[in-house]
Design a protein around this ligand. Structure first.
Ligand code: FAD
Length: 478
């Protein structure tokens, strides 16, 4: 019997954030709870993108199957309704992807992720999901001398595979397109988009329901018995022939996965609606923008003229726990606001409308992985999205659906579906080391931002951090 960790209880006291409030404001409330003793063919725990895409895929592959999704609070109340809404694939991580699955398959997966950006837009159109899918592309920038050329390794490796996803932008072009003088260099990836993430999550929920999936919300799973394939919720049980765990960073509470992922926070602020400031600055193309820090800044605009900025890696969950304060931490929201004013000068003087955070499931190499727990009834998991899950979750749905249905295909046998790729040190060393390395990264990046020299030991300790959305060892100064 495995106890499953719980996200914070839902209700008015929970801070969902601007995106989710906007999405819920467009709906009639209709959460259906799990009650009594039920059975299902496939049971999916977790109603975020990963759980919902998996449910949709299974329902499409075999409409006769009884598929149940059980979500602790509301679908989208986790990272899926809180994220930055950057929809991009795996080219920035191509070198790590090659390390994991080899060149040939890395190319197949990177192409599949590119295609998934397009499919996401198509799916929203077809299903009437008004998630503001905007294919404005992504600008990957350097905002300090140390970040310059961070993309070179990925660019060269992609070219070696016969692909050319990044187009270098001159400093003038960068300034014109981003409306900000802080970008010293950068590249543009055209096959990227932004979405309103919570409307997407709620739309996936509806798409699953339309396909006959039973979606239970406000039904936290308290424990799971892998021998009988039964989960216990607050007010009942569900027994299934196979189980898929899609609970993101909360998976770190499962003993077999405890050393495979570390829960980190990512924190976000959104401005009020702006009138004319963005147009005057020149940032009118709806591009998503990131810098090249490990504690990455990511920023984008919305269709109603707001700027959303997030910052990764501020909080660390120790001993496999996801602290409730990940969802709103005033210090980290203040830091996001400061970064926003610096990186997007057009927002200076514009009020901040909301600030919130969410949990990220960091794997050792920054890529997701899929596998099965040791149990009598098959229990599959998908974890380690590491802050890039909007598009990869669509592919995750294919992988987990194929695994749950016992299909032998390119998804269930792909190189990402070979279980845990690497382990963090055991506790308490992991948390102690994690705090030490994270502080060193914070000090190093803050010095680099202001052009100060980074000390030898600071750089040495910071270099122990697992890579972010690119491999830092391959960056170079230009
Ligand atoms: C602030 C932030 C910004 C991000 N920005 C981006 C971005 O711009 N682009 C990008 O690609 N990715 C981004 N990500 C990552 C992306 O949001 C995630 O990778 C993706 O949403 C993960 O989907 P999921 O279904 O695994 O997780 P979640 O959406 O967290 O879903 C897991 C669900 O499981 C439920 N659950 C947990 N325990 C239980 C239980 N015991 N019983 C029942 N249910 C349970 C939770 O309530 C939750 O709803 C960001 C993440 C955060 C937090």
């Amino acid at each position: 019997m495995n106890k499953l960790p719980q996200p914070p209880p839902g209700g008015p006291q929970r801070h969902y954030g601007f995106w989710m409030n906007e999405a819920l404001g467009r709906e009639e409330p209709e959460a259906q709870r799990q009650e009594g003793a039920e059975t299902a063919d496939v049971l999916i725990v977790g109603g975020g993108y990963v759980g919902l895409w998996t449910a949709i895929r299974i329902a499409e592959l075999d409409p006769a199957l009884r598929v149940t999704v059980i979500e602790a609070d509301l679908c989208g109340s986790g990272a899926s309704g809180r994220n930055g809404g950057f929809a991009f694939g795996w080219w920035p991580k191509i070198e790590t992807l090659i390390d994991r699955v080899g060149s040939e398959e890395a190319l197949v997966l990177a192409d599949a992720a590119d295609q998934a950006v397009f499919e996401l837009g198509e799916f929203c159109g077809r299903e009437g999901i008004d998630a503001d899918f905007t294919p404005g592309g992504w600008i990957w920038t350097a905002t300090s001398g140390a970040q310059r050329g961070a993309w070179r390794g990925a660019m060269k490796t992609a070219r070696g595979l016969g692909s050319d996803p990044f187009k270098e932008l001159s400093p003038d072009e960068l300034r014109d397109r981003t409306g900000s003088p802080v970008h010293l260099g950068g590249v543009f990836e055209a096959k990227a988009a932004t979405v309103q993430p919570a409307i997407l999550a709620r739309g996936l929920r509806q798409a699953a329901v339309r396909r006959g999936v039973r979606v239970c919300e406000k039904s936290p799973v308290l424990s799971m018995d892998g021998k009988s394939g039964t989960v216990k919720t607050a007010s009942g049980t569900v027994r299934a022939s196979s189980i898929v765990l899609a609970t993101n960073a909360w998976l770190a509470g499962i003993p077999e996965l405890r050393r495979a992922i570390v829960p980190l926070s990512s924190d976000v602020v959104v401005t009020g609606k702006m009138s004319g400031e963005l147009a005057a600055s020149g940032w009118t193309g709806r591009e998503a923008i990131s810098d090249s820090r490990l504690m990455v800044h990511y920023y984008r605009t919305t269709s109603d003229g707001r700027v959303v900025l997030g910052k990764g890696g501020g909080g660390l969950g120790t001993f496999g726990r996801v602290p409730d304060e990940f969802e709103q931490n005033s210090d980290r929201i203040r830091q996001c606001t400061q970064s926003l004013r610096h990186l997007v000068p057009a927002t200076r003087g514009v009020a901040i409308e909301d600030g919130w955070g969410g949990a990220v499931d960091r794997s050792t190499d920054g890529l997701p992985f899929f596998g099965a727990l040791k149990s009598s009834v098959p229990v599959y998991y998908g974890a380690g999205f590491s802050g890039n899950g909007v598009v990869p979750s669509l592919l995750a749905g294919r992988i987990l659906a194929s695994m749950a249905l016992g299909r032998r295909d390119e998804w269930s046998h792909c190189g990402l579906a070979r279980g845990i790729p690497g382990k963090f040190p055991p506790e308490p060393f992991r948390s102690a080391g994690g705090w030490l390395v994270r502080d060193a990264v914070r000090r190093k990046e803050s010095k680099e931002d202001s052009g100060r020299k980074v000390g030898f030991w600071n750089a040495k300790i910071a270099s122990l951090a697992p890579s972010g959305f690119f491999k830092p060892s391959d960056s170079d100064e230009s």
